[in-house]
Design a protein around this ligand. Structure first.
Ligand SMILES: Nc1ncnc2c1ncn2[C@@H]1O[C@H](COP(=O)(O)OP(=O)(O)OP(=O)(O)O)[C@@H](O)[C@H]1O
Length: 606
């Protein structure tokens, strides 16, 4: 008898079926690593994770079908489901199936609307051409892809009920949404629009950038933009207290005409399934995100999976390409014919557009080039940034210089010495230290405490009580009762009565305070994990990588996400070797999304 000191083993043993145990063990392990299922045709690779006392079935994965507790199509209510050579837990299979079914419903529902929407587009041709008259001078990278992808994305969003717009930082996703909304508001001033994102910060950022639009719009439309209210996905769906359910679901869908969801790469499979469930397929759903970013901490990388479900992005039928080009007056920005595809069978064909020109990172140096080199695993380009590089925006420090660290954290004095709380919050969010891991010398806990000690030594803080004055905090769970959400950042400051309170800004920029004692789950946020930094941006970041070679945690997505949090400058403490290794390491999360979307494959369970 082996000691049950491993949760995956406990899970495997629970079902008491010897032949099932190794599969249950591997599945449990995969789920803990963010996969939705276990790929049975990749078992040889996973078998290394199996303890020596478990043995896979000699007859291969086919023999799994004969085992009790393994259902074949999800309808037989067994704890495990075997489908298209993937083993799922029933719950995850249902989420994945529900997600795919719902997308199919959106795609089916929009068909009847297309002729009318096409007519609407043509009717407003002058307006659209004016909005898109300037595709900008952003950096398209080495390929110099000048095509006006934002216009292609906008036309996609206007024609369809289901649209995905993916792109790196500053590629114009929000601006494109502003343009889509401008047209939709023009044609229907009573349009009901919901803006949501997985974190309050990301939702607020999207709303703020929509409100600050510089598009040449008429006053009534600008007023509509001012009235847009962002919310987290949780708040939009209205959680039922004490359960995992939401008040909005298939029986009680949200009553909006358009739902826009940003930072979709952060949404896990369960929340994605519930979100789609709560949106009636007659609604226009526009999902924004960066397919190259880290996936959710929980299971699933559905946004990335959807983006990768088709082998080539930005392909259109000849007819659609010609339609888009009708709106582009300048020949240089027209979509070239090389983007015509005759393979129209994929259900997501023409529903997904990748924006490729960054308006934030222009030119060929700095954060834009570095992040492209990370995503492209371009070792030669990455090497250019290693010392003695003198790049203005990307500074790599393999020696973990104390001087650099202290100079960076000295920047925190700006918010600490700022009297006005709103301004202090803004200054606090102008820079951030990002850690790849929580434990160890370069981990979150040690770095936060090192920063606190240094600031204490400079008399900038007095770290005598847990909620000391000027402690920056991040919430690690939702506090619905206080309208505060996981990922919200605040600051401890005294109120007029001299009582130390936690201060937060809501999505409209209004300050609110709460007794810190209510916030049982809050962490110090001089430094935060790269995972938690998703959905936020800072002028400057200091990324601290652990000095260990071959860490499975250091992946391309992690490094890319960290670097692209910075708007102006990124400092990276870590060796060149660690950076090159991270750029090489891609973690693909197992799911059935791409396979179940293949033409001819049945998405639906029988
Ligand atoms: N066609 C354009 N020409 C010039 N500037 C543009 C254009 N489109 C967007 N921008 C500017 O580029 C910046 C980034 O645009 P936007 O916020 O829409 O990008 P995003 O992809 O949503 O970025 P984020 O990664 O922050 O979500 C904004 O300042 C915006 O005004």
């Amino acid at each position: 008898m082996h000691a049950l000191n491993d949760v995956h083993q406990q899970f495997a043993e629970y079902f008491g079926i010897p032949a099932l145990k190794p599969y249950a063990y591997l599945l449990s392990k995969k789920l803990s690593e963010g996969h939705i299922c276990l790929h049975l045709d990749q078992l040889t690779a996973s078998a290394d994770d199996l303890p020596a006392y478990y043995h896979l079935l000699p007859g291969g994965s086919q023999s799994l079908e004969t085992l009790p507790l393994v259902g074949k199509n999800g309808d037989d209510r067994q704890p495990f489901v075997l489908y298209q050579n993937r083993l799922y837990l029933q719950r995850y299979f249902r989420y994945e199936t529900g997600f795919l079914q719902r997308i199919r419903q959106f795609l089916a529902e929009e068909q009847a609307q297309l002729p009318q929407r096409l007519a609407l587009l043509r009717q407003h041709k002058a307006f659209i051409s004016r909005l898109f008259s300037n595709p900008g001078n952003g950096s398209a990278g080495a390929s110099e892809d000048l095509a006006d992808w934002p216009l292609a994305a906008a036309i996609t969003g206007i024609l369809h009920n289901f649209t995905i717009i993916t792109g790196g930082p500053g590629t114009g996703k929000t601006t494109t949404v502003a343009k889509i909304l401008s047209l939709l508001y023009t044609t229907n001033p009573a349009l009901k629009v919901a803006l949501a994102a997985p974190t309050g910060k990301a939702a607020a950022r999207m709303a703020e950038s929509l409100r600050q639009t510089t598009l040449p719009l008429e006053a009534p439309i600008l007023e509509k933009f001012q009235a847009l209210h962002p919310s987290t996905i949780h708040r939009l769906l209205k959680p039922v207290a004490g359960t995992h359910y939401f008040r909005h679901n298939q029986q009680n869908p949200l009553s909006y005409d358009v739902v826009i969801v940003d930072e979709c790469s952060m949404i896990d499979v369960a929340l994605f399934a519930k979100l789609l469930d709560a949106i009636a397929p007659g609604t226009r759903l526009i999902m924004l995100g960066d397919k190259d970013q880290l996936a959710s901490v929980e299971a699933g990388s559905l946004f990335g999976d959807l983006c990768l479900a088709q082998p080539i992005l930005n392909q259109f039928s000849a007819e659609r390409l010609a339609l888009i080009n009708e709106f582009i007056e300048d020949d240089r920005y027209r979509l070239p014919e090389s983007h015509i595809s005759h393979q129209h069978e994929h259900p997501l064909f023409q529903h997904l557009v990748e924006l490729r020109r960054s308006h934030r990172f222009t030119g060929h140096t700095g954060i834009g080039s570095f992040s492209k080199a990370v995503i492209g695993n371009d070792a030669a380009a990455l090497q250019q940034f290693l010392p003695p590089s003198r790049d203005e925006q990307v500074v790599i420090d393999p020696l973990y210089s104390n001087d650099l660290f202290e100079k960076f954290i000295a920047g925190y004095a700006a918010f600490i010495t700022e009297k006005d709380i709103s301004s202090a919050l803004k200054k606090m969010n102008a820079l951030r230290v990002l850690c790849a891991v929580r434990e160890g010398e370069q981990g979150l806990y040690a770095i936060n405490s090192r920063i606190e000690k240094w600031l204490d030594s400079k008399k900038l803080i007095q770290h005598t009580v847990p909620f000391y004055e000027n402690r920056p905090i991040i919430l690690t769970r939702n506090y619905y009762e206080h309208g505060l959400f996981n990922g919200d950042t605040g600051i401890i400051r005294a109120n007029k009565q001299g009582v130390l309170m936690a201060w937060f800004e809501d999505s409209t920029g209004t300050l609110r305070s709460i007794m810190p004692g209510y916030l049982s789950e809050a962490e110090t946020v001089f430094a935060m994990t790269i995972h938690k930094s998703q959905g936020s941006e800072f002028d400057e970041v200091l990324v601290i990588l652990p000095p260990i070679a071959n860490s499975p945690l250091l992946t391309r997505e992690l490094l890319y996400t960290a670097v692209t949090r910075a708007r102006k400058r990124v400092y990276l403490q870590g060796s060149g070797e660690t950076i090159l290794e991270a750029a090489q390491r891609v973690v693909e999360r197992a799911s059935g999304i791409a396979a179940r979307f293949q033409p001819g494959s049945s998405t639906l369970i029988s």
